[in-house]
Write a protein that binds this ligand. Structure first.
Ligand code: HEM
Length: 429
């Protein structure tokens, strides 16, 4: 027995020694390199435990840019937000789309879009994102607003959450937000049909979403219990012949559907997988975002009162009363006037978001950070922006963990589709 243990111990020591001798070393001009002592895993466990604290400590020790070995990948973190533009500007050398195409196609199970089998498809998909921006948001805003009002009226009048002998209805806040946001977002994007089983779809979606970080970490789907089966079920939901029966999908989804149909090389199940991927992109963030906004407002009565007063002021008391019986329209212009509401959405995102922006280095090159600094980067390494470090920076916010609802500083946060969340909170209030 002792003999075996000794052999295992010596084997492990040899692996560690070989990694130390022949593993990657920092070269001239490269950022500080932090590898930890565990081969391959590197600092993955510390990163996973508390990524904000871990990265802030490294920033204190190594400065604004450093490279960390995490689960086999070398990730260069750029911690100073003033340096973000220099990363974003180098779209050619620091690619997002190749990476997202490769990761998303594996996670959602469709063939990579950037392939000679689908000439021009990737560019067309990118161009279609303009249908989620600018003036194209107007019809989406109107449709989402209508869906939110109808869903809320239906849920409240159903008495599903009614308390015995009371006018109040009681529901778990997160469940409530998920249910309303999922259904409203789904209907706004994909349209309506009497036979849609959206509660079941949402439950499956949440099971899949729970495994999503592991899929992104390249864990084979076969090892993730039921995930493969659930993914198949979710994809089936979006079979093109079913989608074609849903009424009034938005222009964005109609255009994507028409685009996919142009490619004979794309099977029906692949088109379904693309629809499912867009469902994930649209509700994966909006459900928790709506919850955190509502949670922060409900736990700060003073902010809630200010936001409510603002809504009444902009929309008008009479309009607000009529929301109980029929749909009212709130324009983008009106939403733009609601600065307190916007500030509270910004604050909720600042306090609760932990997203990372990832770019993959396409070739060995020197990234100029500012007039005096530059760093050498290696092909296939990852460059990561970690906005949470800015969102929780005590030099920007006096008390970074406290909600500052009226704070102008909240505009440091930058997120898409602000109006969508503003509108949802407005309806909930
Ligand atoms: C609070 C809500 C949302 C948040 C916080 C959010 C956040 C993000 C972030 C951080 C990215 C990665 C951007 C990058 O690294 O450059 C992203 C990408 C994306 N989001 Fe959202 N998102 C939200 C809502 C939505 C909705 C409602 C949709 C669809 C209707 C959507 C569709 C997309 C798409 C398609 C991409 C990929 C863009 C590309 O490939 O260029 N998102 N989102």
């Amino acid at each position: 027995m002792l003999h075996y243990l000794l052999t295992i111990f010596l084997g492990l020591m040899s692996v560690l020694l070989l990694c130390a001798l022949y593993g990657r070393r920092r070269k001239e001009g490269e950022p500080s390199l932090i590898k930890g002592w565990i081969p391959f895993l590197g600092k993955a466990l510390e990163f996973r435990k508390n990524s904000h604290q871990f990265l802030t400590n490294l920033q204190k020790e190594h400065g604004d840019v450093f490279t960390v070995l995490i689960a086999g990948r070398y990730m260069t973190f750029v911690m100073n937000p003033l340096l973000y533009p220099s990363v974003i500007k180098h779209g050619k050398q620091l690619d997002f789309h190749k990476f997202s195409d490769s990761a998303a196609s594996k996670a959602f199970d469709y063939p990579p879009v950037q392939s000679p089998r689908f000439p021009g498809m990737s560019d067309s998909i990118q161009k279609m994102y303009s249908l989620l921006q600018g003036s194209a948001l107007d019809p989406l805003t109107t449709s989402m607003m209508g869906n939110l009002q109808r869903i809320l009226r239906r849920l409240f009048s159903s008495g599903e959450w009614a308390e015995p002998n009371s006018d109040w209805q009681e529901a778990d806040l997160y469940e409530f937000c998920k249910r309303v946001m999922f259904e409203a977002t789904f209907k706004t994007l994909y349209g309506q049909s009497q036979h849609l089983q959206l509660d079941e779809l949402r439950e499956d979606f949440e099971k899949f979403d729970a495994s999503f970080p592991l899929l992104m970490a390249q864990v084979p789907i076969g090892l993730l219990r039921n995930t493969k089966k659930i993914r198949k079920k979710l994809k089936n939901f979006f079979q093109p012949n079913r989608v074609a029966e849903w009424n009034a999908p938005c222009e964005f989804i109609q255009s994507r559907t028409a685009l996919f149909q142009q490619y004979d090389t794309l099977q029906d199940q692949d088109i379904a997988a693309h629809h499912f991927a867009m469902l994930w992109a649209s509700v994966g963030n909006t459900m928790p975002a709506a919850f955190w906004c509502l949670y922060h407002l409900l736990s700060h009565p003073e902010s809630l009162a200010a936001v409510r007063a603002e809504i009444v002021d902009v929309v008008g008391q009479n309009n607000i009363q009529s929301i109980y019986t029929g749909d009212i329209t709130i324009t983008r212009g009106q939403l733009d006037q609601m600065v307190y509401l916007e500030s509270s959405v910004n604050e909720s995102l600042r306090l609760s978001s932990v997203s990372m922006n990832i770019r993959v280095v396409q070739e060995d090159f020197c990234l100029r950070l500012d007039a005096r600094h530059s760093v050498n980067l290696r092909k296939d390494d990852i460059v990561a922006l970690y906005p949470q470090s800015t969102h929780l920076d005590p030099e920007i916010y006096d008390q970074p963990q406290v909600t500052h609802t009226y704070s102008k500083a909240a505009s440091y946060t930058s997120f898409v589709l602000m109006n969508l969340i503003k509108m949802s909170c407005l309806c909930f209030l």
